[in-house]
Ligand binder design. Structure first.
Ligand SMILES: [Fe+2]
Length: 188
């Protein structure tokens, strides 16, 4: 459903943007409630800090949903934001209902937040293709926040960011830089 608009973009560009924003709205509504599911049901080690982190991620998704719905409105579109509409239109898989401990919830969230971030990156490309820097800017901001959330979540999964990087030798000298693997071999 589209109405007329005085935003200076061709009708077909506005329609493409409105459809894309409604898909992102569905993704954000779906993600918000999936992260709440994790917030309510996580148990085990680091319960409290993870419970709080998940609530922050959920708050971000909820705020993003508002931005997409209102941009769709500004372009002359009808926002499709009910739970039923969102569940039909979301690109995310259903939550992992078997998840109990922290690591299972974090893995489930990393997968879904990552999928959501990809949909935002695609949305920025689409916005650029139809020459709409305003929508591209909104999505760039929400993508930045989402990728930071992804980092916070992924950092719980024992990744070693040093792998493959070169670490300068301690105290200067002529020794070649050591990789993280060198250091780990030298200390085991
Ligand atoms: Fe809560």
């Amino acid at each position: 459903m589209y109405s007329t608009s005085h935003v200076n973009l061709p009708q077909n560009a506005r329609e493409e943007l409105i459809d894309m924003l409604n898909t992102l709205l569905a993704n954000a509504v779906d993600l918000h409630w999936q992260v709440k599911q994790a917030h309510w049901n996580i148990r085990g080690t680091h319960f409290y800090s993870r419970h709080l982190l998940f609530d922050e991620v959920a708050k971000h998704a909820r705020k993003h949903a508002d931005s997409y719905a209102e941009r769709a409105g500004a372009l002359g579109g009808y926002a499709q934001g009910t739970i039923r509409l969102a569940s039909n239109n979301s690109q995310l898989p259903e939550y992992d209902l078997q998840a109990v401990d922290g690591e299972a919830h974090i893995r489930a969230l990393v997968e879904r937040v990552g999928r959501y971030a990809s949909s935002l990156r695609d949305g920025i490309t689409k916005s650029d293709e139809v020459n709409d820097p305003v929508t591209a800017d909104i999505l760039t901001q929400t993508l930045g926040e989402t990728e930071e959330d992804l980092w916070f979540l992924e950092s719980h999964l024992n990744g070693d960011a040093r792998v493959g990087t070169t670490v300068p030798p301690r105290g200067g000298g002529n020794r070649r830089g050591r990789t993280a693997e060198d250091i780990s071999q030298a200390t085991t």
